[in-house]
Structure formats: structure tokens, C-alpha cells
Design a protein around this ligand. Sequence first.
Ligand code: MGD
Ligand code: MGD
Ligand code: SF4
Ligand code: MO
Length: 863
Amino acid sequence: MSDDNDFNKLIASSLNMGRRTFLKSSAAGAAALTAGGGLLKTDKAEAQTYEPYPTDNQMETVVTSCAHNCGSRHMLVAHKKNDVIVRLSSDDGRYQRDGCYGKDTDEEPQLRACLRGRAYRERIYCPERLLYPMLRVGKRGEGKFKRVSWDEALDFVAKKLIDIKEKYGSQAILDQSYAGSSYGVLHKSDQIDGLQGRFLGMFACRTSSWSVPSYQATTTSSKWTFGTIEDGNEDDTFAHSKLMIMWGWNPAYTFHGGNTVYYMRKAKQNGCKFVVIDPLYTDTAATYDAWWIPIKPNTDAAMLAGMAHYIFDNNLQDQAFIDKFVQGMDAGTMPDWATDSPNGKENFKDYILGKNDGQPKTPEWAEKICGVKAADIKKLADMYATTKPAALKACWGPGRTDYGEQYNRMAAALQAMTGNIGMLGGSAEGVGKAWHAEGAAYPYDQYSNIWFSSIKSDRWAYIVNNYPNVAREEAGLWPRQDNLDGVVPNIRGIFWQGSNWLNQLTNINAEMDAIQKLDLVVCLDQTITTSGLFADVLLPICTHFERHDVALPWYKGHYYIHRPKVIEPLGESKTDFQVFTELAYRVGNMTGMGDKFGEVYNTKATRDYWNNPDPVDEDYLRTWWEDRVMQHQHVEMPWVEFKKHGVYKMKLDRPHVGFQDQIEKGIPFQTPSGKIEILCDELARISDWKKTKYGYHIPSIPKWIEPFESLNHPTKTKKHPYHLITPHPRHRTHSIFNNSAILRETYDQEITINTSDAKKLGITTGDKVEVWNDRGRLVVPAYVTQRCMPGVVSIPEGAWIDLDKNGIDRAGNPNMLTADTPSPAGSFAYNTILVNLRKTDLQHRAGWDETSVSRSHVFGRDI
Ligand SMILES: Nc1nc2c(c(=O)[nH]1)N[C@H]1C(S)=C(S)[C@@H](COP(=O)(O)OP(=O)(O)OC[C@H]3O[C@@H](n4cnc5c(=O)[nH]c(N)nc54)[C@H](O)[C@@H]3O)O[C@H]1N2
Ligand SMILES: Nc1nc2c(c(=O)[nH]1)N[C@H]1C(S)=C(S)[C@@H](COP(=O)(O)OP(=O)(O)OC[C@H]3O[C@@H](n4cnc5c(=O)[nH]c(N)nc54)[C@H](O)[C@@H]3O)O[C@H]1N2
Ligand code: SF4
Ligand SMILES: [Mo]
């Protein structure tokens, strides 16, 4: 305790540091080498012989998991000889003991890897792996680096950090750590309990990023409506649905759980009807022979409002459920305080019936907005209200839009009015998080997630480019209780850990401008990335095959997978934990804190952690298993046994259904009222929007609000007549695996265009297409099909940008075109984009490796 107090004092004094003249320049270790400088010449050309691959019985097998922010978490089995992974396979039941996870039953299905996981070896040994620390020698973004020693790289970072904090204060470093490595318990990247947040927070110089690209609309909606983001079912429950409405959900591409597709097939076999609402006729729609309802992008809240109208109009709502569990659905469920609140007088039914604004939200009204025929809206509403149990799964893509949270809230209102919540075969998703895992193996204490400013994540470039003329509501500042409340950060440096955010956030051109204004850009990654090219310092991090950890599932699945160290770290790569621990020691010693910073940062380690992390990592993981998993989750298997088994799967007494206890046992919801809040307490009580993190007004009940651009826009569509959506790629995890030629053979970066639009534009499949708006330009090959509705085009996110001299991205990354204008509630507007397009002679570049033959058999590649 006293140690912590001492440390607090040190942090406090370092916050007010005077000019530090005692920065010691510790001698750099090895002399710097220039990367790639000079070719080795040999006199003798030696013939290459291929050794036969070792057979399985000559190799050791190690059970581990796949990784990253990919929608699931599957088992990988590494077959290795000496220190080399020769091949990877997946769960087929042979690699666990005692039949623990070897079965393939409905209760315990195998965790079989997808195409990305099976291709992972290409990533471990790829030419883009970062193997040594590097310092920039050219201009930012030029991609010129020299190899340096770890000593030199870390001292450079430590001194710059101290300097920036001294000059610009505690908000000057922007933490852009994200989910590249957040589904492990020890080597963690993310904004809440990640290693980088802990380091920068303890250093007392950190601006964090609060809005989540994935699903801020959905989390906001679920928190407002249900009081939690744990609104999900386990996948197996969907096998019990009689009607499955997949709203912007395409699990055939974008995984949301480990065995979704399998349980959906079970549902189909049980006679479940499938409906897909999506501008694209997805592989999911095709697989389940779904009723496809193409919808104009971003108009989903209007269609849902039309459905609600039909249900009220025909008195099909589950009134008993509403009366018991819901707040603000109608006049009878309004709370007493609402009449006096500035923002809370209207109930949902009155809004839908048009009592106050004179505009009933009829299916005919909705048809004009969303392009879906009123008859179809009525038919779907009727099916949903009269089939039980029915699952309306309101997925995330339609919420990744301006006012996306209104779509999610409207969907939640329908789930509630039909009484399909807390029921096997129904759904309250939303977010879909079905399990609260014990998530971090290092201390989550008073030093975790300290920040001095927190911004909407996609406002960072705007803030840098316009500083100091930035209003707090434009930055989306999270309120504070101290004198930093409302202070817009003067961002001077950026740290990437487990994120490729230059590539992945909106409006890359604005980001590239902003990056040039900074004093320090640091990138910790496993491969070079497009963000990395803009860094001053590249710190090489080993993959999860090269360190010890335990893997967590992704929102669904009650299991843990052990991740032993399968091979030694490649090159000079280290773990993130090693890097931040050593940085803490260095910064501490340069600022008068001595070793204290390092010791408190990584409580179980000494400074020797740099050389020998394994015993410390083992200690963290064992303690976590024993104190958290065994104690809190009633797991009896000891740590040593778990390590032998490789996987631990919880057996549930009953299929996990979100909110079942609230409905069956009357336990209150976690909202202020204890009810499902269609009228949201928090919003209804706000009077000064500028002082909230939202910045601008948001209605207290779900409403249809026009996005800032869409196919209905009266003027913008003249210049940019097509609506671009940017779903997630099947063959990548965002930008990860973009450099895998094997995966690019399966699917190319391309623009999907409706046949009639393509005909008008003279485009056929394989033609190169230039796509542009006022924010940027790109080139991609065309895929012409009737599976995309007219007026809409689609390009998957995640391609590594590859700019030509005119700033046109030849790789086809849609974030050249997205806007950095989030919804007030924080949702990223990744799918709110108008563009124009034309056939072009400009080349497309499928990947950085120019020898890639990706889909050359289809398109013919102009290398
Ligand atoms: N246009 C458009 N853009 C989008 C989206 C969209 O729908 N449309 N979706 C958004 C969404 S939902 C998301 S989640 C984001 C994802 O955005 P990012 O998280 O930036 O995307 P990734 O490509 O997964 O990048 C993760 C990075 O972490 C690195 N990494 C992996 N493991 C480790 C590790 O252990 N340590 C370190 N230091 N690095 C590691 C990887 O090499 C990779 O470079 O993209 C967003 N971008
Ligand atoms: N293969 C793969 N799987 C992944 C990921 C990955 O990168 N690759 N990333 C993971 C992550 S981090 C996330 S956040 C999730 C994302 O999961 P989702 O958000 O569910 O995935 P998306 O592909 O962005 O969108 C799903 C569908 O929404 C549709 N859509 C887009 N705009 C609209 C609209 O306005 N209205 C309607 N009705 N539909 C619309 C798209 O056409 C698409 O078919 O996926 C996870 N799973
Ligand atoms: S879904 Fe994710 S965890 Fe599973 S194999 Fe594919 S990339 Fe790996
Ligand atoms: Mo995401």
C-alpha cells in the first residue's frame, strides 16, 4: 500500500515536471545497420534441393489457438519439427486427452478453424514480419527505415515521451491501441485493459479513444435499452428459432461466434424460416434460401418503424410483456418523472402513430425512405409478430452509419414489443455478447485505463488538423470531474499497438495530413503495415505462437484455449509486455522515479523480464486461472491439467439465452428503471448536450433520423450517385492477412456493382474501376452481379493502401472515401458514403508483393 502511495506521489510530481536537464543518453548497443543495405554475393550457385516434408509422425503437435479480432476463436494445432512450424491443422478431436474436447456433438462442437486460421503459417513466416527495431530515416510515410538496436529504439521513445509530456502536458500522447491482440488474457491490446493504456496512463500522459469502430451504435443502444452489452445468446439457441431475421448479418463471411453456421443449419433442418435484410444477396442468404429483402443502405430504422406501425395498428404487440418489462413503449408504461423532463415526454407508440408530429410511420411512409415495398414490410411485421419464438438479430453493419444507434434501438423496440426477449429461440441481440470471460491476467488496479482526455476515436485527425480551434462537442470529449473537463487535447504523439488505425479509421487523407504534424509516431506490430510506414519507430512484436498466453472466445462460446509458446520469437521480436515493462524502467530512471515505474507496471517481474519472460508469464497465467477462473467460474480443472488438455469448455445447465433470468425470475434489468428502456432515462434527463460525450441532441426514444448522406439526399446524389457500403472481408481479419497470397487467391479486393448500373457505365466484371468522392479516390476491379441492389456498390474494408503519385489508392481501401463524422452517439459512419465511379485504365495493385497472382485467372493482372 505504502509503495503505491509513493508511486502516486512520483506520478503526481512527474505530471508537473520542470525542465529536465538530466536526461541520460544511455549508450546505444549494437551499431546501426541499414536494413536491406547490400546484397550477399556468392561465387558458387548452389543447386537447391527440396527435402521431403517431415511426416506427421516425425513431428511434435502442440494445441494452441488462432488469434486476432476476427469474429471467433478456433483451435489451431501446430505440427513442428525443432523450432519450425511445418504445418497447421485444426480441431479434429485427436489432440485432447480424456475426450475433453475431442467430441463433435451439439453440446460440444469442435472448434474448427476457418480459411484464415489454416493459412496462418504464411503470416508467421511472411517477408513482411518485423524482426528488428527500426528508426525512420526518410519522410513519414515514405517507408525508409534503418535497423537499430533495442537500446537505441527504446531510449529514443523514452526521451521523446518525456519531452512531449513536459512541453504539452498530460493529454499529448494519443493511445490508439486496439483489438489486434485483445482476445488473450496476458499480451493484451485494447483501450480498457490493454498493456499500452496501462503504460501511458501510469506515465500520466494519455488521451484515450472511447468510441468503438465495430459496434458503437449497438453498444450504446444495448446499454441504454438493457443496461448492458451482454445481451447475447449462445449460438446453439438459434437452432430453436422458428423465424430468423438476419438484419445486416452475414455470418458466412463475418464470423460472430465459432459455430454459427452449423447451428443455423440445424435451425433450417428444424423448419426455421430465414429472412435477410441487406443491400447484398449474401452467401448467408443463398445458403439458407432466405427471403432476401434488399434495402437502401442506412434506412433500416425507417423500415423497422414501418413494421412497428403495422404491429400497433393491428394490435399484434405482446401487451402483457410490455406492461411488465418495458418503459416508455406507450402511455401506460411511461414513468412518473417523464412529464417534467426536458427530453422525455413522448412515448414510442405515439411517435410511431404520429400523434405529435402528424406523421404516422406507416409502411407506406417507410417504403418511400427505404425502398422496400409496403406490402413486404407488412408481411415481415406480421410474420415476426405472429411466429414464436422468432429471432430478430440486429447486427452491426447497419449501425456503422450516421445515427446507426437509432436502427439498433428501433430493432430493440421490436424485440420487446413482440416479447421475444429472454426466450429460447428469440433474441435481444444487439451486441450479442453471451459470456463475460475473466479477461486480464495482470492486475486490473488503480493504474489501469487512466486517461486525461478521451475522444471519439475517429475525431483524432480532425482535432490535430484544426487544433486549437476545436469545440469539445466536435471532439466528442468524455466528461471529467476535474479541471481537464472540456479541455481539447493538443495531440503531439501517437502510439499504435495491435492496431492499424491509419488504414482502418475513416478519411485516410485527413489522417495522413494529421500524422505529418506530430512529434512522435510509434508502432508496435508483428508485420509492417500501412500505419507502420508512417511511424518514426517500429518495434517488432512476436506472434502468439512465440509467447505464452490463454485465448478468449469472441463474444460467444464458453471456453478457454491454452496458448503455449510453440516456437522461439523470430528475429529480435519481443512481447508487448516486455516492451512496455522495459520502457517503464527506462522512463522511470530518466525521470527520477527509478525502478519504481517498472516494478509497479509489471508487478510480478524484475527488470530481467526483458531477457527471461517465461517464468513470469507462467506465474501470471497460473494465478489468473486459480484466483479468477477456478474461484469465480467454479472450474475444477487445475492449471496443469488445463495446459495438458489445451482447451477447457464449460458445460452449461441450459442453453444460454440473454436476459432469461430477468424474464423468468423477475430480476431487474441493469437500467436505471430496472426495465427495458425504450424511453431512455439517461437521455431524457440531459439538458446541456455540449457537456456530454455525445455533443449533440439525441432523442430519448428511437426515431428515424436522416443520415448526412444517402440515396435519398436531394443534392449530394447529383455529384455522387452511388451509395458505397464497406463490409468485412471473408479472407482477411480487417487488414491482417492482406499480404497472404494464398488467401488472396480465394477472394480479391473488388467493387460489387449491380448489372444495370454496370451496363450504364460500360463496366464488365474484371474491368478496373475508379471510385471517388470529395474525400479521396481509389482503383479496384469490378464484380458485376444482380446480387447487389441498384444504386449500391460494395468494397470490403481492410486492403493495405498503396498510393500512386496523385494520391489515388491503387489497392482499393474504402477508407479513402469514408467520412470522419461520427454519429452523436459515437457510431462510425463507415457505411454512410456517397461516391461516383467510372471505368479506368489505371492499374489496380492487389498487394504489396508485386508477384502476387491473385485471381489472375479471372481478371488478368497488369503487373
Ligand atoms: N471502411 C471500413 N473500415 C473499417 C470497418 C468497416 O466496417 N468499414 N470496420 C472497423 C472495425 S469493426 C474494426 S474492429 C477495425 C479494425 O481495425 P484494426 O484493429 O486497426 O485492424 P486490424 O487489421 O485487425 O489491425 C490489427 C493490427 O494489430 C497487429 N497485431 C496483432 N497481434 C498483435 C500483438 O500481439 N501485438 C501487437 N503490437 N500488434 C498485433 C496486426 O498485425 C495488425 O496490424 O477496422 C474498422 N475499419
Ligand atoms: N471474416 C471476417 N470476419 C469478421 C471480421 C473480419 O474482418 N473478417 N471482423 C470481425 C469484427 S471486428 C467485426 S466488428 C464484425 C463485423 O460484423 P458485421 O458488422 O456483422 O459485418 P459487416 O460485414 O460489416 O456487415 C454485415 C452486413 O451488413 C450489410 N450492410 C451494410 N450496410 C447496411 C445497411 O445500411 N443496412 C443493412 N440492412 N445492411 C447493411 C453488409 O452488406 C453485410 O452483409 O465481424 C467480425 N468477423
Ligand atoms: S474465425 Fe478467427 S479464430 Fe477462427 S480460424 Fe478464422 S481467423 Fe482464426
Ligand atoms: Mo470490429
